[in-house]
Write a new protein. Structure first.
Length: 245
């Protein structure tokens, strides 16, 4: 009997104004400050993280960049794999992101607003590109979740045609709320692609992780965990034990 692979956990470090912060439902102005992002990343690595999900919120909202901070976080994170997200919208920002030491980058708004460019980036960089599907209902959210970005299923079909290697699926209404992940949404996406899917948003308990772990055989590869860790709902050590059980 083949053992099901572990659920890959990606503890999150969201950066705004050079600081690690958490948002509620992705809204600017809801930040809670959690100090130096390099310290946050180092804490996750010390607890056994193999991946860290790093987000430049200022770049995502189009209000600046934390590129120097991100390079420092990656340099100090000691070889852990980095998934980098936020404001990657053209060749220059994509190449900077990959040059920063990130293992993989998430395209968000760009994949919605400039599908030809996104398809070319996917063709060029393959597995180093994931696309973030940030959803309210079945409508995608763009520009730091401030604008509508089209129908989820139409965009997913287009990305499948372009050969997208991986999707990061976030229910925006759940993100940062500790109200549990949108499992129904994840199942619907997994029914329409054979590519790996990463869950994001709403994870609040070890029971949520147990439920997500049960979806690994159906195509769920990983889960991004943020507020629950910062709020002390569980430790990353505990979460990794559930994810690998």
């Amino acid at each position: 009997m083949t053992e099901t692979p572990a659920l890959v956990l990606l503890p999150a470090v969201d950066i705004a104004g050079g600081q690690a912060v958490r948002l509620t439902q992705g809204e600017a102005g809801t930040e809670t400050n959690h100090g130096d992002p390099a310290d946050a990343a180092a804490d996750w690595v010390a607890q056994g993280a193999e991946w860290v999900h790093l987000v430049d919120l200022d770049a995502a909202f189009g209000r600046g960049s934390n590129v120097d901070v991100i390079r420092r976080v990656i340099a100090e994170a000691g070889g852990v794999k980095i998934e980098l997200s936020g404001g990657i919208r053209d060749d220059a920002s994509l190449e900077h992101a990959l040059d920063s030491g990130a293992t993989r980058v998430n395209l968000g708004t760009a994949a919605l607003e400039n599908p030809e460019w996104a398809a070319a980036a996917i063709a060029r960089f393959g597995d180093a590109i994931a696309v973030g599907l940030d959803v309210r209902g079945t409508t995608l959210a763009a520009r730091g979740w401030t604008k509508e970005g089209g129908d989820l299923w139409e965009v997913l079909a287009r990305l499948e045609e372009a050969g997208c290697a991986r999707y990061v699926v976030t229910d925006v209404t759940k993100d940062g709320t500790l109200k549990g992940p949108n499992v129904d949404l994840l199942k619907q996406v997994m029914q329409k692609t054979d590519k790996p899917v990463i869950a994001s948003g709403g994870i609040s308990s070890l029971a949520d992780l147990t439920e997500l772990r049960s979806l690994v055989g159906a195509g769920l590869e990983g889960a991004i965990v943020g507020r629950a860790l910062y709020a002390g709902a569980f430790t990353l050590v505990e979460a990794l034990a559930v994810a690998s059980n």
